[in-house]
Structure formats: structure tokens, C-alpha cells
Design a protein around this ligand. Structure first.
Ligand code: ITT
Length: 190
């Protein structure tokens, strides 16, 4: 394992922080919150969003510690991948209710959550890790846990939404933790 015991997570989303912290803590890694006020660049792909975001932060030049940034989105098949890279804006504006209205009673409800996670290591630059979780959009909002689109997303093979699951249950199958597993494996390669 590259000798990294503390990772800074650049996010304003405490739901993400909780999930990542819950996963990394038992592996002996401490996650600390790194807050930065910057406007996220809009782009067509999560990879571009994250690379541009990390580049802006690196240019500020005041972070000399390993840090991680997570960019995620909900991609709905029947809506051509919408809201995708616009997930944050769409959630703030029309919300889960609006997505359910757009879906109406159509049967084709397949969707995927995707995460691209960027890891910055001083002297090594940025590495990207990806994770996807397929599932379907529910017909109504269910559950109080989690955050964002969790109340309307049912992961493949399950009948509960993410918002009806504990952090541990969601982590066992989530897009975010698939990306984190890649990151941990990368660090453990030394
Ligand atoms: P930061 O950029 O500060 O990390 P954010 O909430 O803006 O936080 P994203 O751009 O990655 O994060 O997320 C886009 C939207 O998708 C946003 O509304 C999130 O709440 C939602 N989202 C991301 N991951 C999710 C997950 O695991 N479950 C449910 N919704 C999620």
C-alpha cells in the first residue's frame, strides 16, 4: 500500500462523505473533508467535469495532500442518458418528483448511476477510477436514507430503493464504492 493513511475528499455533499468514510475507515484510512468554493465546469462527460475541476484546484496550488473528488450522475436509458452530467442542476430544480413525471408510466425504466473518481497524488498527478450500478427508476419515491436520487433508484436484483437501505447495504453494490475499490487496489499496488 502506498503509505497513505489520510485522504482528503473534496465535496460539499455529506452523503458521499459518509459512504466513502464508512468504506475506508475499516481499511485503516482516515477521510477528511476538504471544502472549496468553486464553480464546477459543465462538460459532456463525467471524466471531463472531474479533470477540469481537479485542474482548477491544482492550479490554486495550496493542496499538498492526496485528495479525491467524486463526480456522479444518474443516466436514464429512456431519456437518452438524461440527467447525466446535469444531475446536480436537475435535482436542484425539478427534483425526484420531476424525474418521475418525465418517466410517466413508461415500462422502459432502466437506468444507471455512474461515478468517476479522481485521485490526486502529489508528484504523480491525477488517476481516474470508474464505477457503475445498473438498476431501474421506481414508480414513486420510497425511503428516507441516502441522498439525491436514492429514493427513486432500485439497484438491479433488488426491490428496495437505495433510500430504503442502510449505508452498508448501498455500499455493497454502489457505483461509488466500485470506483473506490479501484482506487484502493491502485494504492495497494504500491
Ligand atoms: P460535490 O460535487 O460537492 O461532491 P454534488 O452533490 O454536486 O456534490 P455530483 O455532482 O457528483 O455531486 O452529483 C450530481 C447529482 O447526483 C447530485 O444531485 C447528487 O445528489 C446526485 N447523486 C450523486 N451520487 C448519488 C448517489 O449515490 N445517490 C443518489 N444521488 C446521487
Amino acid at each position: 500500500m502506498k503509505d497513505i493513511r489520510t485522504i482528503y475528499l473534496l465535496t460539499g455533499n455529506m452523503g458521499k462523505f459518509k459512504e466513502i468514510d464508512r468504506w475506508l475507515q475499516p481499511l485503516g484510512m482516515e477521510v477528511k473533508l476538504l471544502k472549496r468554493n468553486f464553480i464546477e465546469t459543465q462538460a459532456d462527460h463525467l471524466e471531463e467535469v472531474i479533470l477540469k475541476g481537479m485542474d482548477i484546484i491544482n492550479k490554486e496550488g495550496d493542496i499538498n495532500e492526496p485528495f479525491v473528488k467524486d463526480d456522479s450522475g444518474l443516466f436514464i436509458d429512456a431519456l437518452g442518458g438524461f440527467p447525466g452530467v446535469y444531475s446536480s442542476y436537475v435535482h436542484r430544480t425539478i427534483g425526484n418528483r420531476g424525474i418521475l413525471d418525465l418517466m410517466g408510466d413508461r415500462n422502459d425504466r432502466g437506468a444507471a448511476f455512474r461515478t468517476v473518481m479522481g485521485l490526486y497524488l502529489p508528484g504523480k498527478g491525477v488517476s481516474l477510477f470508474r464505477g457503475e450500478c445498473r438498476g431501474m427508476i421506481s414508480y414513486e419515491e420510497r425511503g428516507k436514507q441516502g441522498f439525491g436520487y436514492d429514493p427513486i433508484f432500485i439497484p438491479e436484483g433488488r426491490s428496495m430503493t437505495f433510500a430504503e437501505m442502510s449505508v452498508e447495504e448501498k455500499n455493497a453494490m454502489s457505483h461509488r464504492i466500485k470506483a473506490i475499490r479501484g482506487l484502493v487496489e491502485y494504492l495497494s499496488r504500491g
